[in-house]
Design a binder for this molecule. Structure first.
Ligand SMILES: [Zn+2]
Ligand SMILES: [Zn+2]
Length: 401
């Protein structure tokens, strides 16, 4: 891909910030130069996506100008009641991670939920501030406004079934057209797989989901999710927004955000839990491994007990060494709703094992992974991996490792 095209895609990621691009006049400029990249289909595609994204950001920005500085209230019952958020916000002094429209909402939320969250939220906020990756309330409000625009535009395209959750992916810039989807609702545990760190938000999220699904909000309301560009390199924001119809469009009744880590697979090899036996010669000294275990086994804990009972050295740059770290990651990863693993091949010899497979999580990734493992006896003690995206547009017909 040419540098100019790549730059257009990268720039496109930031179109999801109405406060950055919505107020600009770039659309006019771009409209006038639009014919220029026509001779280059890749660049033309990238630019077309940019125009669209900018148009939506502009609409969201215009809508934001008519509202209070921060128009969200983190007390769920307030938004669920259908009342407009009209006053400026009060922020929790303990953690700075929730805002309210009134002292009353703050007091109520403290009694019902936030007193159980505040200490952990404070630590999380501090850590994010320290690394400049804190998701500001104003940015959250901007993203919620953008989801209002996008849902109003796309609700006719199969996203309006009340028993599914529309997920709009804003990153990269063309994902909104290509990879947005309507998902079936995950259950409470699936809602919180290992990609999400803020477990203290679990009850809050589940309250909103169950309230919506119970049918106690008016029929025209919709729960939607947006995936926004990462703050920092390896994470994205998942923003859940409850929308209510207002006039010809939608307004945010409630929203909450979570950080999602975008790891590459660390120990996905355990999915297949080794239907082969090792050629490694030496028996493991003090550790017991089940030599007869065969076949797929999706229970990560069980697999680790059998195959990773002791030392575990991780070489994946996104993971940490140690059995517990790998297990914690994998336990969450394996319950990602919609995850499929295919095309598995594996062999072992000379003290090492190798696996190759394709893994797909719709809207998130489609990639081929290659794992290399070191055996000690019949146990794993060391791991390396690399992955390659499957785009469907590979130049090489023999791509994918
Ligand atoms: Zn309120
Ligand atoms: Zn707090």
């Amino acid at each position: 891909m040419e540098a100019s095209t790549t730059a257009a895609w990268i720039l496109g990621d930031y179109m999801a910030h109405p406060k950055i691009f919505g107020g600009s006049d770039l659309a006019e400029t771009w409209a006038s130069v639009q014919p220029l990249p026509r001779g280059n289909p890749d660049l033309f595609d990238a630019w077309t996506c940019l125009f669209k994204a900018h148009g939506r950001a502009k609409l969201a920005y215009e809508a934001l100008k008519t509202r209070p500085k921060i128009f969200i209230c983190d007390y769920p019952s307030y938004g669920l009641s259908g009342k407009e958020t009209i006053s400026d916000s009060r922020q929790c002094g303990g953690c700075s991670s929730v805002v309210y429209c009134s002292k009353d909402c703050q007091r109520q939320d403290w009694a019902e939920q936030h007193s159980n969250e505040c200490a952990q939220a404070r630590d999380f906020h501090r850590e994010r501030r320290g690394t400049d990756t804190w998701y500001e309330h104003e940015l959250r409000a901007s993203h919620a406004a953008l989801l209002e625009v996008v849902y109003a535009e796309k609700r006719h395209l199969g996203y309006d079934a009340r028993d599914t959750l529309p997920v709009f992916n804003f990153t990269p810039v063309d994902a909104l057209e290509k990879r947005s989807r309507a998902e079936t609702y995950p259950d409470q545990e699936q809602c919180w797989n290992g990609s999400f760190g803020q477990t203290y938000l679990k009850d809050r999220l589940w309250t909103v989901v169950t309230t919506f699904r119970s049918g106690s909000v008016p029929a025209g309301w919709r729960l939607v999710q947006g995936i926004f560009p990462p703050l920092g390199k390896d994470q994205s924001i998942e923003l859940l927004v409850l929308l209510k119809p207002v006039g010809a469009g939608y307004r945010t009744a409630y929203c909450m955000a979570r950080y999602r880590m975008r790891f590459t697979p660390i120990v996905t090899f355990l999915l297949a839990t080794l239907s082969y036996t090792t050629a490694a010669p030496s028996p493991v000294s003090s550790k017991k491994c089940d030599l007869k275990a065969k076949g797929p086994d999706l229970d990560a804990k069980k697999a680790f007990d059998k195959y990773v009972p002791g030392e575990y050295v991780e070489h994946n740059p996104f993971g940490l060494s140690g059995r517990d770290n790998a297990l914690a990651y994998l336990t969450g990863f394996l319950v990602s709703p919609g995850l499929t693993i295919t095309n598995l091949t594996a062999y072992a010899g000379g003290g090492f094992g190798h696996m190759r497979f394709r893994e797909i999580l719709p809207g998130e990734f489609d990639r081929v992974v290659s794992d290399r493992l070191k055996f000690q006896g019949t146990c794993f003690v060391e791991h390396w991996d690399v992955s390659q995206d499957v785009t469907g547009e590979e130049t090489n017909p023999l791509a994918w490792f």
